[in-house]
Design a protein around this ligand. Structure first.
Ligand SMILES: *Cc1c(COP(=O)(O)O)cnc(C)c1O
Length: 230
């Protein structure tokens, strides 16, 4: 039987090559871009296949799913770095701070307060990205662009959270490049150096527009089962 995991190293290599080319095209250094391999819905064998091919940074969108897969992997691969890229409920803050190395979805004052308390209690400080709702979509998570300044005053200045950058998920029906350029401008104005933007369909564009982190799932691991959105 054909083992689908066999194709993961090849696809990973291709994504890395495309990132390198996009970086070069825009006169950036290849090592300015971190590939976050989004492993949500995939199992430990697929993740191990990527680890064996040299990948060390992974993204998961659900705390509980990540808790089922990553504790043992983190012991086996101490330099593995795990990013939370999905919404975080405040009743999961403790688990998230314990497991994740980066939280990309800081998106509201209540969560900022909860993370600040838990980081102090646990004495563990994962880097945070503020998620910005660049498309101002009603149903989507993220700080509205107009509220970003006040939110950073709370999260970064008052609560002293380790905020390192901004993250966005553009509306599906719009040209992502406009959102990437906008996020980049917001980060520049906010004096933040890191930008998490770009997924399988548009990561090359994101790199050309300044992404420091691209979140790529299906282009590495293959198509996800339909139930796995979010
Ligand atoms: C699932 C997901 C991705 C990866 O999506 P692909 O299209 O499979 O690359 C990136 N970012 C977030 C926030 C996601 O939930």
């Amino acid at each position: 039987m054909l083992n689908m995991n066999d194709t993961i190293p090849e696809k990973l290599a291709e994504v890395k090559q495309r990132i390198a080319k996009s970086a070069l095209d825009s006169r950036r250094q290849n090592d300015e871009v971190t590939l976050v391999a989004v492993s949500k819905t995939y199992g430990v064998p697929e993740i191990e296949s990527a680890l064996n091919a040299g990948q060390r940074v992974f993204g998961e969108n659900r705390v509980q799913e990540a808790q089922g897969k990553f504790p043992d992997l983190k012991v086996a691969w101490p330099d593995l770095s795990l990013h939370l890229i999905g919404p975080l409920q405040t009743n999961k803050t403790k688990e998230a701070v314990a497991l994740f190395d980066v939280i990309q979805t800081l998106d509201r004052p209540k969560l900022a307060h909860s993370l600040a308390r838990e980081m102090q209690r646990a004495d563990r400080r994962p880097d945070c990205f503020v998620q910005v709702n660049t498309g101002e979509e009603e149903q989507k998570a993220g700080i509205a662009p107009a509220d970003l300044k006040d939110f950073l005053a709370l999260a970064r200045d008052e609560l002293a959270l380790p905020v390192v950058g901004l993250m966005c998920i553009p509306p599906v029906e719009e040209n992502p490049a406009l959102h990437f350029a906008f996020l980049s401008e917001l980060a520049r104005r906010s004096d933040l150096a890191q930008l998490s933007m770009g997924m399988s369909a548009d990561y090359e564009q994101a790199v050309r527009l300044g992404a420091t982190h691209v979140r790529v799932g299906s282009a590495i691991f293959g198509k996800r089962p339909v139930l796995a959105t979010g």
